[in-house]
Design a protein around this ligand. Structure first.
Ligand SMILES: NC(=O)c1ccc[n+]([C@@H]2O[C@H](COP(=O)([O-])OP(=O)(O)OC[C@H]3O[C@@H](n4cnc5c(N)ncnc54)[C@H](O)[C@@H]3O)[C@@H](O)[C@H]2O)c1
Length: 447
């Protein structure tokens, strides 16, 4: 006889995948066990295996549990069951079967760690991707207001941080590594996860590499955060999950991603919200398209790109002038993250917030005209559309629930950038300023 909780998680090799999905959702243990009629374990299926197959466009070809189950699985023998929590922490798993010989008798799930002793909370934050466009400015501001910051970053685009603060530690490395994460998480109570390959063009370059770096790594980070008893986890998603829409999109709108970048964001969001935990406060921020100057420069974002080319080449070429985008300054993004970090947990727990301003939805053509007005550059409109994204977003929820409203409008942000860049030599051939160019270079170098 097995207990009813375990029984609910057992399927056989010919169980249809629709039933597998139903069980995963209903029982909230992030997976199921595939067993034969004698309860001998044949395989394990986790929700992250399913999401990965969906991203790889292979899921629709699969029918039964046997088509997706992992046959070689980590398991714990019953005589070691008393050590199961520690074993769970030491592996990268979140759900482990407990066996007597080959027969399943119990299981261990990450939720059980909730009852372990909580580490003494400190105001230290890990920023994954802290050397990036948003991360570098966020780090600077957090240090200024007294936080201690650890950064874990792959250093894809160089290190723009000059700070010698004793409250800052920088770890260079991939977050998809237990060793790197364990070091970087030490002493932290919150994690802001910004560390990804960012942007549609950069992510499209190599799908396998991007799914691993963006979806699988985020899933791994999440599991490690649970094991390290992290209290708050903020994930920066993107309003590009709305993709193409004629209606004003809010957090409850149907998602319509048109790129792998956005599809990975949705898979990460679902994974993040799938955990059943009272202790772990997760917040998803769907950012509007960001503009403005930061310590790390990005000239592959629509406003920054138009402005940099307008100043340097005195002309900008505009595709898809009628497409809509919501915008926000990088300063305001930093403020929104700090706002969430300092808000009462009950207000931000398991919430998705669009981050931006309802008054700052503009067409690409309008953005170009604002830059033309401020810089005097010529505009060249090309009727052909090379980017199918077009969406208008409502930001009422964050305004109402967290009293957050961006303060720097597009026109002012452009004026600020002109002041900063006017007398500087803008190196538009520096690949570190363009994510797609740098990722392409790194992928070619690797092959
Ligand atoms: N900038 C925008 O317009 C915008 C809009 C919506 C959402 N976002 C989201 O905000 C976050 C930060 O964006 P950004 O503009 O600062 O991008 P960025 O490219 O400037 O920064 C990303 C940083 O993550 C690091 N990184 C990448 N993969 C990593 C890994 N596996 N391990 C450790 N570090 C890794 C990179 O080295 C880089 O420093 C991303 O999640 C992005 O999707 C940005």
């Amino acid at each position: 006889m097995i207990n009813s909780e375990l029984k609910n998680l057992c399927v056989n090799t010919l169980t249809p995948l629709s039933e597998v999905l139903f069980k995963i959702q209903k029982y909230g243990k992030n997976g199921v066990f595939v067993v034969d009629k004698n309860l001998n374990l044949k395989g394990v299926i986790t929700d992250s295996d399913i999401r990965k197959k969906i991203l790889e466009k292979k899921f629709h070809k699969l029918k039964y549990a046997k088509d997706i189950m992992k046959k070689k699985n980590f398991s714990i023998q019953q005589n070691n069951a008393h050590k199961s929590a520690q074993i769970l922490i030491n592996t990268s798993k979140i759900l482990i079967p407990i066996l007597r010989n080959k027969k399943i008798v119990d299981f261990c799930h990450i939720q059980e760690l909730e009852n372990l002793i909580i580490n003494n909370s400190k105001k230290k934050i890990l920023i994954i991707g802290g050397l990036g466009y948003i991360g570098s400015l966020l780090t600077k501001k957090l240090l200024e207001i007294g936080y201690h910051v650890n950064i874990l970053d792959k250093n894809l685009y160089g290190n723009p941080l000059k700070s010698r603060s004793k409250n800052l530690k920088i770890f260079i490395g991939d977050c998809f590594s237990k060793k790197n994460l364990s070091k970087a998480l030490k002493g932290c109570s919150s994690v802001v996860h910004l560390g990804e390959i960012v942007g549609d063009p950069a992510v499209a370059l190599n799908e396998k590499n991007s799914i691993k770096n963006n979806y699988e790594a985020t899933n791994f980070v999440l599991n490690e955060c649970l094991k390290h008893r992290i209290e708050r986890f903020i994930f920066t998603s993107s309003c590009s999950v709305y993709g193409y829409s004629h209606k004003v999109c809010n957090e409850k709108s149907k998602l319509n991603p048109v790129s792998l970048y956005a599809k990975c964001k949705i898979a990460c969001e679902e994974q993040i919200l799938s955990y059943n935990s009272d202790y772990f406060t997760r917040t998803i921020l769907r950012l509007a398209t960001v503009h403005g100057d930061s310590l790390r420069k990005r000239f592959d974002l629509v406003v920054n790109r138009f402005l940099a080319f307008g100043l340097k080449k005195k002309e900008i070429t505009i595709f898809g002038e009628k497409n809509w985008r919501p915008l926000i300054s990088v300063n305001d993004v930093v403020k929104s993250i700090i706002k969430v970090l300092s808000s009462p947990k009950k207000k931000v727990k398991n919430q998705i917030f669009n981050v931006g301003s309802s008054n700052e939805n503009f067409t690409i053509g309008h953005i170009a005209k604002v830059i033309n007005k401020n810089s005097g550059c010529k505009l060249k409109f090309i009727p052909q559309i090379d980017d199918p994204r077009s969406y208008i977003v409502s930001f009422k929820k964050i305004e109402k629930m967290l009293k957050f409203k961006p303060s720097l409008r597009l026109d002012k942000s452009i004026k600020n950038m002109i002041k900063i860049y006017k007398n500087k030599k803008l190196q538009l051939n520096n690949r570190n300023y363009f994510n797609d160019k740098k990722i392409k270079y790194l992928l070619n170098k690797r092959n």
